[in-house]
Design a protein around this ligand. Structure first.
Ligand SMILES: Cc1cc2nc3c(=O)[nH]c(=O)nc-3n(C[C@H](O)[C@H](O)[C@H](O)COP(=O)(O)OP(=O)(O)OC[C@H]3O[C@@H](n4cnc5c(N)ncnc54)[C@H](O)[C@@H]3O)c2cc1C
Length: 404
């Protein structure tokens, strides 16, 4: 058993500084502009690619070659400290890559993950398409259908996916669809829709409250035909799994949930980055801003707010790091990934709201970044499992009971 330590390795410290410098030097100065434009920030993602911060090699480096699991949260905290809208534009592809890694064969991972990212000269994007207009949390309610056409060895996809990060502008879409409606959420499978496939189009692009640089849209599948080899995991494995479920054996957890479980500590780290940005900004401000002849931090009510947030930040980081470590060791016991996501999402909302309070009138204006951070923070209570869904997952894990 290795000696217990919470010290980051030299490599991790270098990674942390490298991402921080990019966040500070590239993301922060452009964040307000891209938020206003509400357009996908191609030049920013291109810049990230040019230094090796966007690409499958980077993801492989921080995820695979790290026995501790901490490199990913460390990097994401820094990136999202810079800006969450731009951060999500850089990291959104990761969800598609994670979907392929979770359900795909080795050959499929090798074929498709690099195509999600493209190259440093010509970037590509990936999208993970699970949610639907009538079913977000309720994955058993998905209606998008995948039917196998034996004559041509193709799958035919039909349906509409909602709120998809990079939806319709991505090169590679990973789609979760129903293959056997009688089996509810256990009758799903995941598919890769290759670049340029007919029958996949973008529906409405959503105007959002926060993370506005990140592109979110509907994805419409209209007789979208894809080769049989695009079924993640392969047909034989799917048929075997469906047979087990039909025989009443429980089978694996649903396709979409596998992806979400693996990515929750990373999502929590993003929220932590926003929370820390707001904390640091409001701490500096409270020391500078004078009212009644003294810096406002000399009022206990302001200082105690900051003391509480500082404490919450440290506690949340420990939860996130531990969840990432447990995830890496495949030792999740009590839904620790969900705990980290729940806690970090709430903290991001709370910390940014308190920061606005500390900045007063300035905090409410777009002249200062904290109102943007507050808008950005709220998504962390909603996507990748809402606050209530995390509570549901945790309560089932701690009780072993069928909580509904
Ligand atoms: C900006 C953005 C980006 C997104 N990116 C993606 C993406 O890339 N891919 C993707 O597939 N999806 C994506 N989503 C979708 C997101 O995951 C869903 O919005 C989320 O899962 C919630 O689903 P819903 O919106 O249908 O809410 P609902 O499921 O309708 O929930 C509405 C409310 O009811 C509560 N609720 C629901 N069920 C229960 C229950 N059993 N117990 C208690 N409370 C409950 C919820 O907590 C919530 O408060 C994104 C969403 C947004 C806004």
């Amino acid at each position: 058993m290795a000696e217990f330590s919470l010290e980051l390795s030299e490599d991790q410290l270098t990674l942390q500084k490298w991402v921080h410098d990019f966040a500070e030097g590239v993301l922060r100065p452009q964040a307000a502009e891209w938020d206003e434009r509400e357009e996908f920030p191609y030049p920013v993602v291109q810049e990230a690619a040019s230094i090796g911060l966007y690409g499958w090699e980077f993801m492989a480096e921080i995820m695979r070659n790290d026995p501790t699991g901490l490199s990913t949260p460390v990097a994401l905290e820094e990136l999202f400290w810079g800006d969450a809208g731009l951060g999500m534009s850089i990291m959104g592809t990761g969800l598609a890559a994670a979907g392929i890694a979770a359900g795909g064969t080795r050959e499929q991972v090798i074929e498709w993950v690099p195509q999600c990212y493209g190259t440093a000269d010509k970037i590509a994007l990936g999208a993970f398409c699970a949610s639907e207009p009538d079913a977000g949390s309720d994955v058993g309610g998905y209606r998008a259908r995948a039917k196998y056409d034996e004559a041509t060895d193709e799958w035919v996809l039909n349906g509409t996916k909602a709120w998809i990060t990079n939806g319709g502008i991505a090169d590679v879409h990973v789609v979760v669809a129903v293959v056997d409606p009688a089996l509810g959420s256990k009758g799903h499978a995941s598919f890769v829709v290759p670049p340029g496939t007919d029958g996949l189009s973008m529906g409405q692009k959503y105007a959002k409250h926060g993370i506005r640089a990140s592109h979110t849209a509907e994805v419409v599948l209209d007789d979208c035909r894809i080769p049989g080899r695009c079924l993640l995991g392969g047909k034989e494995k799917l048929d075997e799994r469906l047979a087990r479920v039909r025989e009443g054996q429980s089978g694996n957890s649903q396709a979409a949930m596998q992806t979400f479980e693996a990515t929750r500590p990373s999502v929590a780290a993003q929220a932590l980055g926003i929370a820390r940005a707001a904390y640091e900004y409001s701490l500096d401000y409270a020391k500078e801003r004078h009212a009644f002849g003294r810096p406002i931090i000399e009022n206990q009510s302001i200082a105690f707010m900051l003391a509480d947030i500082a404490t919450e930040l440290e506690a949340t980081r420990m939860l996130v790091w531990r969840a990432a470590w447990l995830g890496k060791q495949k030792k999740f016991k009590y839904a620790e990934g969900s705990m980290a996501k729940l806690k970090a999402g709430r903290l991001a909302v709370h910390s940014t709201e308190r920061a606005m309070q500390i900045l007063g009138g300035y905090g409410y204006t777009r002249e200062y970044p904290v109102e943007r951070w507050h808008r950005d923070a709220k998504i962390y209570d909603i996507f990748e499992g809402t606050e209530q869904i995390q509570q549901l997952v945790i309560s089932r894990a701690i009780s072993g009971m069928r909580i509904v």
